[in-house]
Design a binder for this molecule. Structure first.
Ligand code: FES
Length: 167
């Protein structure tokens, strides 16, 4: 099913906002990312065709802006703010511990495909650092105990969604 078939209403709503269709590229890329978890080559081609532009232009936008992902991420995207105000409250050390606990480096995904960690700039909760977002939901005043509890809960949530196995 194409992006247009999946999200027709949203796409049309954005297209209606702009006198020139090309101006809707960025919101349409967001829709693709929401839908697939990252921006696939097929989605870029489809968006180029929807807004009547060259796919190279669309690829250029995806490559330029860090908020767009052209590679698959883990099921849970953990974004840790390590911007200066949070760094002053220990966010960098916290990020290092998180990565160590998951056995990955920032930007990497765990082998089971569940968790990706990213260090990000200010997410607007500077006085509650260390602060993270998991799939854009905020968790504030984190420490390793609360982080480990959260990881456990997310693993349980993931396991509960798996189909029942007869083996
Ligand atoms: S600097 Fe980290 S949330 Fe603002």
């Amino acid at each position: 099913m194409s992006l247009l078939e999946r999200r027709k209403e949203d796409i049309e709503r954005h297209l209606a906002k702009y006198p020139q269709k090309q101006s809707a590229v960025m919101p349409l890329l967001y829709i693709a990312q929401e839908e697939y978890g990252y921006i696939t080559e097929e989605a870029m081609e489809e968006i180029a065709s929807i807004v009547d532009t060259d796919v190279t232009q669309v690829r250029g936008i995806v490559g330029f802006y860090t908020m767009y992902y052209s590679q698959e991420k883990g099921k849970y995207l953990i974004q840790i703010c390590t911007d200066l105000p949070c760094a002053l409250r220990g966010a960098e050390a916290f990020s290092a511990k998180v990565c160590e606990a998951l056995g990955i480096q920032p930007g990497e995904t765990t082998d089971d495909g569940l968790f990706t960690v990213e260090n990000v700039m200010c997410i607007g909760a500077c006085d509650r650092a260390p602060v993270i977002q998991v799939n854009f939901k905020f968790y504030e005043n984190m420490d390793m105990d609360s982080f480990n509890d959260l990881i456990e809960a997310l693993r349980r949530e993931h396991d509960a969604m798996q189909p029942y196995s007869h083996e």
